[in-house]
Design a protein around this ligand. Sequence first.
Ligand code: HSE
Length: 437
Amino acid sequence: MTKPLRVGIAGLGTVGASVIRLLDRQAKELASRTGRDIAVTGVCARDRSRERGVDFGGARWFDDPLDLARSADIDVFVELIGGAEGIARAAVEAALAAGKPVVTANKALLAAHGMALAAMAEERKVALAFEASVAGGIPVVKTLREGLAGNQIVRVYGILNGTCNYILSRMELEEMSFDACLADAQKLGYAEADPTFDIGGFDTAHKLAILATLAFGAAVDPGAIHVEGIQSITLDDLKAADELGYRIKLLGVAQRTALGIEQRVHPTMVPKSSAIARVMGVTNAVAIDADAVKELTLVGPGAGGEATASAVVADIADIARGVRSAPFGLPVASLDQSPRLPMQRHEGGYFIRLSVQDRPGAFAAIAQRMAERNISLESIMQRHAPRPAGAAAPGAPVPVMLITYATTETTIREALEAVVRDGFIAGAPQVIRIERE
Ligand code: HSE
């Protein structure tokens, strides 16, 4: 047998400890599958004294991740520290510069510096592997890069943040408040250290930037992603969606259109009958539309120690076997650098919730503003508490929900600005995009 692959792991949180346990538990199978033993020979974390419930065996302790990254005692560096900058970035760069393959779960790092790191890895002819960075245990990186290599991918979209899906699912099913659901997600360990990364859509955007690059061969460009989070979603929106046959999910969507590649993260209404709508709780899902395979939906755990460790160990196994692909599927120099499509050009259906003054002409004015811009309405729903007989108008504002057929973001925004100017509505309109299968 070839000599053992020596692994150095920086970051011994939930995922790091799970990787060590999994490598130990599957040691025999991994050795048979890869043709060599895999041994953890170096570890590093901030706090040496913390009890992690895991046996480091003969692994050498390093206080500094940079020393571990450059150590002659390891053949592969596993970065589980997190963060786009600072020590995580420096350690990954140090390992690559030393000609060592790197495995990382760090989506923020890849979104910010993926191109430069991939170029370094290519230059040194070593692997930069990141299956765990997107959708935890779902092997979507391999699916896009290797499994679907014979396809032209048209769209990739999904539920990429368990915290948001958990919050929206519980709000809908248990009519709980946003804050109570977020607190539970944090307690269960799904949320990022700063939960605005989750609920603001930024975590989804990091993952989408990676998926879009793999799917379309276009250079990672997180700055070109339109990002909206779930902060504005209310129980009223969830109930209205339900009545109209939809569910609301925070989706990351990357799509090839005739005008260019569109990348967006926002709360989205999806038909209740769709595969993605049925994904509840912390579970992630990635749907891929491609010419040969047509539709493919992968559903599974997007976070958690063992699930994420499963992806990290798969990457380590590839390195043990000597398998190495271009990190993003194509050499960095061949990736398309052309600008992405701005959100204003997005075309699709919209759900709009308005709080409308109960006055004659209000409805007609709204319909007029839509018609002027050629926006066709699929459905209109108005909730009206019965006005007591003889009561004087006007009454309190009433909720009105509209669903439009496909139109552009610019058109809908202009129409709603005109509706607001007409003065028939109270507060700001709620706008949720609709994504069809
Ligand atoms: N905070 C992330 C989530 C963890 O909620 O899905 C995995 O990236």
